[in-house]
Design a binder for this molecule. Structure first.
Ligand code: NIG
Ligand code: FE
Length: 410
């Protein structure tokens, strides 16, 4: 079988990803060679094109002085949903708050009603449309959670649609089960936790799609003890834990994430130093979601304090009906301006950090030799333009496994 090769040449810089000495390992005036979907070499354009002549490549891409970066890894989304909650955005700007809206049957519970009523075809079409937008904005791997079903049938349906989207779309989709996303209307929380543990989890395990199990550990949603029950039951079925922790109040979700060796603890707006240390010591990746704080008008997570712990940090979109942005570029801009991360730190957090939060550090998030060639070409000479040119899609071209895909500038 002949090899499929892609050569991207004449880039102003190629950002290989997280470096050992510097936050970013970058090559200037560089080219990238891909063989059978994986990065074969990165080096100066002159030298690399001698070894891999563009004229012999299956795809030759003249980067024309642009910056080449790893595709984004968006490690926290609720990207499969139906309905429209734009009116809640306006209501929140008018002074209503997220938790009161939820307590009144809006918010997540409103999306649950819309998802239960939607057909599989409608759900799949919604998700594929969002994946198109994500891809156009440079995302090549995305985590999608269930959690708008809150009953066995609809949770399984959501996971099935997530799997279908993964099969049909170039973006790699990572499935997370989140039956414990909210308590269904008129149900007792302990009784619902029983349902998640005794009915939903065995069925989800039997279905065999979900890889992670997530829980909304929050005041008036699931307590630490209830969250622990769900995560430990999930672990018995081989699902890796994740936790929505310390979003509105400091309840103890971060400590729980450390105790159960979660892949990530997410949100963390109210985490303190003890929480940060516990997460770092346990090797749990903090996933920071500045778009959520932005859309809620809340204070951002203390990214600098998390970075000071020395471990990996992820930045993700949290795309959902409450935080309606598919753009990793926008999340990275907020990470810089709102959370005082450098563009290099934010880029690593949106690529390698995201991959770590999804237990995929060896499969996504860098352009190290041997990695899948998931690449975004920025329509500017430096990766700094991703946050610098905020509010605009800076991604011009996207490659998935070395193949140009219909991405960029939508
Ligand atoms: O991560 N906080 C809980 N879950 C989502 C919001 C989901 C929704 O409002 O539909 C989050 O922000
Ligand atoms: Fe979330």
């Amino acid at each position: 079988m002949t090899e499929r090769t892609t050569v991207v040449h004449d880039a102003s810089e190629i950002v290989v990803g997280s470096g050992t000495d510097a936050p970013l390992e970058t090559y200037e005036d560089a080219a990238l060679a891909v063989v059978d979907g994986r990065v074969a070499a990165v080096g100066p354009t002159d030298e690399l094109t001698d070894e891999y002549p563009p004229e012999n490549a299956t795809h030759a891409i003249d980067a024309g002085g642009r910056s080449v970066i790893p595709g984004f890894v968006d490690s926290h989304t609720h990207g499969l949903f139906a309905g429209d909650r734009s009116d809640e955005f306006a209501a929140k700007l008018g002074g209503e708050n997220y938790q009161d809206i939820l307590a009144e049957g809006g918010g997540i519970l409103r999306t649950v009603r819309a998802v239960r009523e939607a057909s599989d075809e409608q759900l799949l079409s919604n998700l594929l449309t969002h994946l198109d937008t994500m891809l156009a904005h440079g995302t090549t791997t995305v985590e999608i959670k269930s959690g708008y079903g809150l009953d066995t049938e609809t949770e399984l349906r959501m996971l099935d649609v997530i799997q279908q989207a993964d099969e049909q779309h170039p973006v790699d989709v990572v499935p997370t089960f989140m039956g414990a996303h909210a308590v269904p209307e008129d149900e007792d929380t302990d009784a619902y936790v029983d349902e998640v543990v005794d009915d939903q989890l065995p069925a989800v395990a039997d279905q065999g799609i979900a890889e992670f199990c997530d829980v909304f550990c929050e005041e008036d949603v699931f307590s630490v003890a209830q969250s622990r029950r769900v995560l430990e039951a999930g672990m018995e079925y081989g699902l890796t834990p994740k936790v929505h922790a310390e979003e509105f109040v400091r309840l103890g979700g971060a400590q729980l994430a450390a105790e159960v060796d979660a892949a990530s603890a997410d949100h963390l707006l109210h985490a303190n130093d003890d929480d940060r240390t516990a997460l770092a010591e346990a090797g749990v990746t903090p996933v920071l979601l500045p778009g959520t704080a932005f859309s809620l008008g809340a204070d951002y997570a203390d990214a600098r304090a998390f970075l000071d712990e020395g471990g990996s940090v992820a930045v993700a979109t949290d795309f959902n009906p409450n935080c309606h942005s598919q753009s990793m570029g926008f999340a990275i801009a907020l990470a810089c301006v709102g959370m005082e991360m450098t563009p290099a730190e934010a880029l690593v957090a949106g690529t390698h950090g995201g991959a770590r939060a999804l237990n995929r550090a060896n499969e996504a998030g860098t352009l190290w030799e041997g990695m899948p060639a998931d690449v975004a070409i920025v329509d500017a000479p430096s990766h700094i333009h991703v946050p610098y040119n905020f509010g605009v899609n800076t991604i011009e071209t996207v490659l998935k496994d070395g193949e140009p895909v219909d991405g960029g500038q939508r």
